[in-house]
Structures are given as structure tokens and as C-alpha cells.
Design a binder for this molecule. Structure first.
Ligand SMILES: [Zn+2]
Length: 276
């Protein structure tokens, strides 16, 4: 009896040793995020900045950018936000002078093609929220698993209809989600701008942690002063989400990349250049 038990103990120890010995080798073979590309997904001009800064900058015009991000992970590609619809084209007549006029000098489809990435290669598509400057091209990737908060998915649009094609494969989230199961890409629930708004924490091997804001905050000035735009769905939840983002950034030493902030984007490199 004694010898059998001894043998079992020895075997367990061997298995444990093997697991430890193999873990670093597997990591070196390329687990986690390999590359992150910034794709240009719209150029906007707004006639009245005070929409985002209530009581300040009344009738001050401003330019903004709109980004999408393609993440190349060892397990597959993920697209974060899809921008303004490719179909609007580069020349759009001015609309409401106080609203935003969007142009699309480069399509998302063309930028993916330039990288040699086919829509069916994209395993996941996640959107920060369902405003038109973020969901314009979700159906460019009809087979990609859509990762969206349940609260956002079920939020009726202005006409009371659904915000996504009902046949699009979807995983409805209720909170944060570790997308690839290794902690490298995490959807962070940041409600407030819309009912089910979400942001994305990406951990790159060289660049380090990045928190992609979505529209949890629109511009650096808003972030610095924690200003909540007048049109947000829930002001209190927006403030809570911003506080949570600051905590996550501190804990994970992450930079904040603010989706619509043009001055910040001018410091960044666009696809086909990439971050790793
Ligand atoms: Zn937006």
C-alpha cells in the first residue's frame, strides 16, 4: 500500500514540474496581443463645442477624429469600433451647423484590404456603443462574433427598432469580459454616455497598457476636468465610469487613448504602422 501511494505522489510532482517548465516556453511562442493598428474611421467637424462642455465654448467650432482599432491576437483578430459608415464617402454636404458633419476619406474596407485582412478573418467585433459614428460598418463583418453589452443591445433606437441586424451572431455581455481568456484584451463596462457603453483595456507586450475610451470621454479637456456632456444618457453613471477608468489606468499603468481627440491622435501612428 505504502509504495503505491508513494508512486502517486511522485507522479503528481512530475506533472506539476512539467507544467511549470512548459509555461514560459508557450508564452514565448506568441500568446497574447501581437499588434494593434489604428484605422481612420471618420473625420468630423462640429459647429458648437458646447455640446460636450455645457456652458463653455458656445458656438466654438472644432474638428474631431473617429478611430477604429484592429487587434491581432494569437487566437485571431478583433475589431474595436467600426466608425462612420463607409458609404457616406469623402464629400458630405454640411448638415445642421451645430451638429457634426462627418467625412470618410478612407473606408474601413480599404484599410483592412491594405493589411490583407479579410472580413471573415475577424473573430470578434466589439463596439463601444451604438451611436452611428461607432456602428457604421458592423455588417462589413457579418460572421464576426459581436461583443456588446446586453443593456446596449436591447436599447431601442430612436424609432423603437433594434440597433443591430437580428441575424448577426452576438454575445450579450453583462459587465466586463476577458475576451481571449488571458487578460490581454478586456472589455470594461463604462455605462453613462449610453446605457451599455463599454471601453477596452489592451495590454501590448512593448507599448504596455492602453485604455481605449470609446465615448466614455470625448476629449482630453473633458477628461481632465471630468466634464460630462449635456446629451449623455446618465450623468451620474458617466462620472462613476470615469472614476473607474482612472482606477484601472493606475492599477494597470495604462495610457488613455481618447477616441475623438484630434490633438492626441496627431501624436499617434496610423495603419499600416502598428503598435506592439
Ligand atoms: Zn462618438
Amino acid at each position: 500500500m505504502k509504495s503505491v501511494k508513494m508512486k502517486a505522489v511522485k507522479l503528481t510532482a512530475t506533472v506539476a514540474f512539467a507544467a511549470i517548465a512548459f509555461a514560459p516556453a508557450a508564452f514565448a511562442q506568441g500568446k497574447g496581443v501581437e499588434r494593434l493598428y489604428i484605422l481612420e474611421c471618420g473625420q468630423g467637424h462640429a459647429g458648437d463645442m458646447s455640446r460636450w462642455t455645457p456652458g463653455q465654448n458656445v458656438n466654438v467650432p472644432m474638428d474631431m477624429v473617429d478611430d477604429c482599432f484592429l487587434i491581432k491576437h494569437a487566437q485571431g483578430y478583433m475589431l474595436w469600433d467600426t466608425g462612420v459608415s463607409d458609404s457616406i464617402g469623402p464629400d458630405v454636404p454640411p448638415g445642421n451647423p451645430a451638429g457634426i458633419t462627418w467625412r470618410r476619406p478612407k473606408t474601413l474596407a480599404a484599410q483592412l484590404a491594405e493589411l490583407g485582412v479579410k472580413p471573415d478573418d475577424i473573430k470578434y467585433v466589439a463596439v463601444s456603443h451604438t451611436h452611428p459614428d461607432h456602428v457604421g460598418n458592423v455588417e462589413l463583418v457579418p460572421k464576426s462574433m459581436l461583443l456588446v453589452q446586453k443593456a446596449e443591445y436591447e436599447w431601442p433606437d430612436a424609432k423603437g427598432g433594434p440597433r443591430f441586424a437580428p441575424e448577426h451572431p452576438v454575445t450579450k455581455l453583462e459587465g466586463d469580459r476577458d475576451v481571449f481568456g488571458d487578460g490581454s484584451v478586456t472589455i470594461i463596462s463604462t455605462p453613462g454616455h449610453t446605457p451599455g457603453h463599454q471601453s477596452l483595456l489592451v495590454k501590448l507586450p512593448k507599448t504596455g497598457g492602453l485604455l481605449l475610451s470609446g465615448d466614455a470621454v470625448h476629449f482630453k479637456a473633458n477628461w481632465d476636468a471630468r466634464v460630462v456632456p449635456g446629451f449623455n444618457f446618465d450623468k451620474e453613471k458617466t462620472a462613476t465610469s470615469m472614476a473607474r477608468m482612472a482606477d484601472i489606468m493606475a492599477k494597470d499603468h495604462a495610457q488613455l487613448w481618447i477616441n475623438h481627440d484630434k490633438p492626441q491622435r496627431e501624436t499617434q501612428k496610423l495603419s499600416p504602422a502598428f503598435y506592439e
